[in-house]
Design a protein around this ligand. Structure first.
Ligand code: PLP
Length: 397
């Protein structure tokens, strides 16, 4: 047999977001394609990590992570999320929430198991399911409120369905699932005996409504795998520190796969994050909401002005915009046009849909410093002059 990639690898392709970032670098544009928050890392987090290195905390840790961070996470889960968990047996520190989802899928899904995914989805969720040979089933969230149709879920689920993925606040739609929606999904998961994988990485980035953890709903604790982390909250995407909280029956298996793939999250960085959780006051987290709401408003107002009507997000830090006014048949062509004409990179909407969806959408990320965001908005304002059919007042309202 000739050398070849595995069938699994042959199915993968370069992420649209990375491709756009490369194109953006070439034209020295402003990159609103990628979710990288280049804001400052809080001081206790940095100092905690530095001191841990100096104190010699540089070796492998237990697969589940060091005690101080597991204890800090358990306390935060109790006080912020309202979820009681045992730091010894029900908390696993992972290599980012990305590592959490991958290890959880390996531990809890068999090849061929179906998993329901809302679309627009976060690409890593889909590709992780594909990598573990699970079968994604799609349920579409409908703009502008990104609501789901209950009948769609009932029609989609089968006897082979094992789980549903929830992401609230959501990337890319910015949807914050309401209490009523979560209660309905909880009932659905119980009726069909499903795990709920809930990605809560944007739990502090909420501008309207409030963050509710699925595990707090009656009867959901045992079937909910809560995944989150500090990449976004502490602006440490490169540190790779996230976590899983779940019933001890599942935690052992998840910890095993985490060990097998990553061994452990970086030891001194676990301590830095533990110190951040322990020392930062509640106001730190409240300010994230205020600061990012301002960034959201600046970007959304600009997009509205230039005719790329935004769907204003209630949480997370992305905006999906209507790209109808941009030339091009596909959302990729539209995104490239915008980059070439204004020097602002965004992501083609098709990256968040299967089978031809999202072609009239593009996604912008506003996790940028104020100066970068202001420059992006200045560049975006040059768009109307570059379109053959100028934007009219009616189009922009
Ligand atoms: N989950 C969602 C929904 C995301 O948007 C991202 C990053 O963009 C991640 C997870 C990655 O988180 P981590 O850095 O903790 O792996």
């Amino acid at each position: 047999m000739p050398l070849s990639l595995s069938r699994r690898a042959a199915r993968t392709e370069q992420s649209e977001i990375r491709a756009m970032s490369v194109a953006c670098e070439k034209v020295q544009g402003v990159n609103l394609a990628q979710g990288v928050c280049d804001t400052e890392v809080p001081q206790p987090v940095r100092e905690g990590a530095k001191q841990a290195m100096d104190r010699g905390i540089n070796s492998y840790t237990r697969a589940e992570g060091l005690a101080p961070i597991r204890e800090a996470i358990a306390e935060k889960m109790r006080s912020f999320n309202g979820v009681e968990c045992d730091p010894e047996t029900e908390v696993i520190v992972n290599s980012g929430s990305t590592g959490s989802f991958y290890a959880a899928c390996l531990a809890l899904l068999n090849p061929g198991d179906e998993v329901i995914l809302f679309e627009p989805y976060y690409g890593y969720h889909l590709n992780t399911l594909i990598a573990v040979e699970a079968v994604p089933l799609y349920v579409t969230l409908r703009a502008p409120e990104w609501q789901f149709n209950r009948e769609d879920l009932e029609r989609t689920v089968t006897l082979r369905t094992r789980a549903i993925v929830l992401n609230s606040p959501a990337n890319p739609s910015g949807k914050v699932f309401t209490a009523e929606e979560l209660e309905w999904i909880a009932g659905f998961a119980k009726r069909h005996d499903l795990f709920v994988f809930t990605d809560e990485i944007y739990e502090y980035f909420v501008y309207e409504g409030r963050h509710i953890s699925m595990a707090t709903l009656p009867g959901m604790r045992e079937r909910t795998i809560t995944m989150s982390g500090y990449s976004k909250t502490f602006s440490i995407t490169g540190w790779r520190v996230g976590y899983t909280v779940c019933d001890r029956r599942w935690a052992r298996g998840i910890s095993y796969f985490h060990d097998l793939i990553y061994v452990c999250a970086p030891a001194p960085l676990q301590i830095g994050v533990a110190e951040g959780i322990r020392q930062l006051p509640e106001s730190f987290y409240r300010e994230i909401g205020v600061e990012y709401a301002q960034k959201r408003d600046l970007l959304c107002n600009t997009l509205r002005e230039i005719g790329l009507t935004p769907s204003v997000p209630k949480g997370a830090y992305y905006v999906l915009s209507d790209a109808s006014i941009l030339p091009g048949k596909t959302s990729r062509q539209k995104a490239m046009f915008l980059l070439q004409e204004t020097g602002v990179a965004c992501v083609a909407g098709s990256a968040f849909y299967h089978g031809g969806g999202g072609e009239n959408l593009v996604r912008f990320c506003f996790a940028k410093t104020d100066a970068e965001l202001a420059e992006a908005c200045r560049r975006l304002q040059t768009l109307p002059g570059k379109l053959r059919t100028p934007v009219t007042a009616a189009q922009t309202s």
